[in-house]
Design a protein around this ligand. Structure first.
Ligand SMILES: [Zn+2]
Length: 289
């Protein structure tokens, strides 16, 4: 009985500060369902590009609501109060309070996901992972690790179709459910999947409603350093510096930050610097489950 209660508690504590560690062990044969109706597109590169950029809205009057403990480092960083938190089509672009949330998209990636997990672990920080279904199928052990280390799981669709909202409703239904099934097969049937992020952030009211009907809130973002946009004429170091500078200059209380673990080694390097910096000024949370 006590064990049962314990398991239940652990299950809910998913995103609670630093005492996570789920016990759920999947019966999951990694043998993925043969299914795979539409074959995965091999390169769903992060496609946040076409999506609208949330207003940067500097709020110069923020000084009055600045928490006393918050420092303002040199370099143009200012503390601003949380905004309305509205993304496209009723999605959420901010956390519910002053905490900030890191979100990593398009994985799991066999190289970069373990690397970002290590940085998060070393810094005692939890994040949210928006995962693509067919990669979940291919790397269930990483999904298990993400979950077991106390991070939040987010459905990022089966194969990252940026026009997902325009597809047939029966396809959308299959896509979202199949992705959730694959996450559950990897992390365990009780692993909560409370969030959905449309590929490219291309939400519509119908898509948001569909996700809601499956128990998922739709999340957008508030800070987008465009870490996927590696200019051909930019060195790795310059790209990393740009990502760091973008986050530092746009971050505010309540921000949800968009980044990518899939195929983005420079992002991992950037977060090695960013996470300790962010911790100085903000409380970092995974989105609550
Ligand atoms: Zn994506």
């Amino acid at each position: 009985m006590a064990a049962l209660l314990m398991a239940a508690l652990l299950g809910v504590a998913a995103c609670d500060g630093d005492k996570p560690q789920h016990t759920a062990q999947p019966a999951a044969s990694s043998a993925a369902p043969a299914s795979a109706a539409p074959s995965p597109t091999p390169s769903p590169t992060p496609s946040a590009s076409p999506s609208p950029k949330p207003p940067a809205s500097p709020r110069p009057s923020a000084s009055t609501s600045r928490p006393p403990s918050t420092k303002s480092p040199a370099g143009g960083f200012t503390v601003r109060p949380p905004g309305t938190g509205q993304g496209p089509a009723g999605s959420l672009s901010r956390t519910q309070g002053t905490d900030i949330a890191l979100t990593f998209d398009d994985g799991p990636d066999p190289v970069n996901t373990p690397a970002i997990l290590k940085i998060l672990r070393d810094n005692g920080v939890k994040a949210t992972f928006c995962m693509v279904g067919f990669r979940v199928r291919d790397h269930p052990e990483l999904v298990r690790q993400i979950y077991n280390e106390g991070h939040t799981l987010c459905n990022h669709s089966w194969q990252h179709l940026t026009d997902l909202a325009k597809r047939d409703p029966s396809y959308i239904d299959w896509d979202l459910k199949h992705t959730n099934d694959m996450i559950h097969a990897a992390a365990g049937p009780d692993a909560p999947i409370k969030y959905f992020r449309a590929p490219g952030g291309n939400f519509t009211p119908d898509l948001v409603a569909k996700a809601k009907s499956l128990g998922m809130d739709s999340i957008y973002w508030d800070v987008d350093p465009k870490d996927w946009d590696h200019k051909p004429d930019s060195s790795d170091a310059a790209h990393i510096s740009r990502v760091i500078a973008q986050v530092k200059s746009h971050i505010r209380q309540g921000s949800i930050i968009l980044s990518h673990d899939n195929g983005q080694p420079d992002t991992i390097v950037a977060y090695r610097t960013l996470i300790p910096w962010l911790k100085q000024y903000f409380t970092l949370e995974c989105l609550p489950t």
